[in-house]
Design a protein around this ligand. Structure first.
Ligand SMILES: N[C@@H](CCC(=O)N[C@@H](CS)C(=O)NCC(=O)O)C(=O)O
Length: 209
C-alpha cells in the first residue's frame, strides 16, 4: 500500500494522478504547507528536503517527483506508461523525464520561490528564470510539432503526465504554457482522461479544469 503526502496542486499532483490512473491502492496524507507542516521534525524525518511530495512505498519514504513518477510507472509496467529497460524507446523516455525535471520544474520552482536565490532581487530572478522556462516551452513545442502528439509520438507515457502538471503551474504566469499550440493540444488530451477529473475532485481543484 502506498501512502502519499500531498498538498493540493503541488508537485504531489502528478504522483496522485498516476496513483489514480494506475488504479493502485493508496492512502493520502494532507500536508498543511500553510502551517509549515512540511518543515516539522516529523515530516523532515520522511523527507529531509522539507518539500512535497513524499511517497511511502512498503514503509520506505521516497522523494523527488520525477523519481516517484518513474518508480510508479516501472512498478506498474502493465499500464505501459514507461518503456521497459530493454525497449529501444527507454532512452528517449528517460531523456524527457530528466529534461523536464531540469529545464522546466527546477526553474519553475525558482519562479515561485525567487527568495531561494536572492530575496532582494526577486523580480530579476523571476525575469531570468521566466526566460529559461519560455525557451524550454519553445523547444518542447517544436518537438511535439515534429514528433507528437505525445512526447514519445503516438505513445503516451508517464512523462506526459509530468509535463501536464508543469504546464498547469504556469496558468497565472505572464506567458502560460497553453500559449504554445502543441503543448496546449497535449494538455487537452491529458485533461480529457477520467483520472484527471477524479484527481481534481479529490484535491478540490477548480482552476485549469
Ligand atoms: N525537487 C522536489 C521539489 C518539490 C517542491 O518544490 N515542492 C514544493 C511544492 S510544489 C514545496 O514543497 N514547497 C514548499 C517549500 O519549499 O517550502 C521534487 O520534485 O519533489
Amino acid at each position: 500500500m502506498y501512502c502519499l503526502y500531498y498538498s493540493p496542486g503541488a508537485a504531489s499532483f502528478v504522483v496522485h494522478w498516476l496513483l489514480i490512473e494506475l488504479g493502485v491502492p493508496h492512502e493520502l496524507r494532507l500536508v498543511d504547507t500553510a502551517s509549515k507542516q512540511h518543515k516539522s521534525a516529523e515530516y523532515l524525518s520522511l523527507n529531509p528536503n522539507g518539500v512535497v511530495p513524499t511517497l511511502v512505498d512498503g514503509g520506505k519514504p521516497l522523494y523527488e517527483t520525477a523519481a516517484l513518477v518513474m518508480h510508479l510507472a516501472d512498478r506498474h509496467a502493465d499500464a505501459g506508461l514507461a518503456p521497459a529497460a530493454d525497449d529501444t524507446r527507454r532512452g528517449e523516455y528517460l531523456q524527457w523525464m530528466l529534461n523536464i525535471a531540469n529545464t522546466v520544474q527546477s526553474p519553475l520552482r525558482l519562479w515561485w520561490y525567487p527568495q531561494d536565490i536572492d530575496a532582494e532581487h526577486a523580480e530579476a530572478v523571476k525575469h531570468g528564470v521566466g526566460q529559461r522556462i519560455e525557451a524550454a516551452w519553445d523547444r518542447l513545442d517544436a518537438h511535439l510539432a515534429a514528433n507528437g502528439p505525445y512526447l514519445l509520438g503516438e505513445r503516451m507515457s508517464a512523462a506526459d503526465f509530468y509535463l501536464t502538471m508543469l504546464m498547469r503551474w504556469t496558468r497565472n504566469m505572464p506567458r502560460p504554457a497553453l500559449q504554445w499550440p502543441h503543448l496546449a493540444a497535449l494538455a487537452q488530451r491529458m485533461k480529457a482522461r477520467p483520472s484527471f477529473k477524479t484527481l481534481y475532485e479529490r484535491e478540490g481543484l477548480t482552476e485549469w479544469a
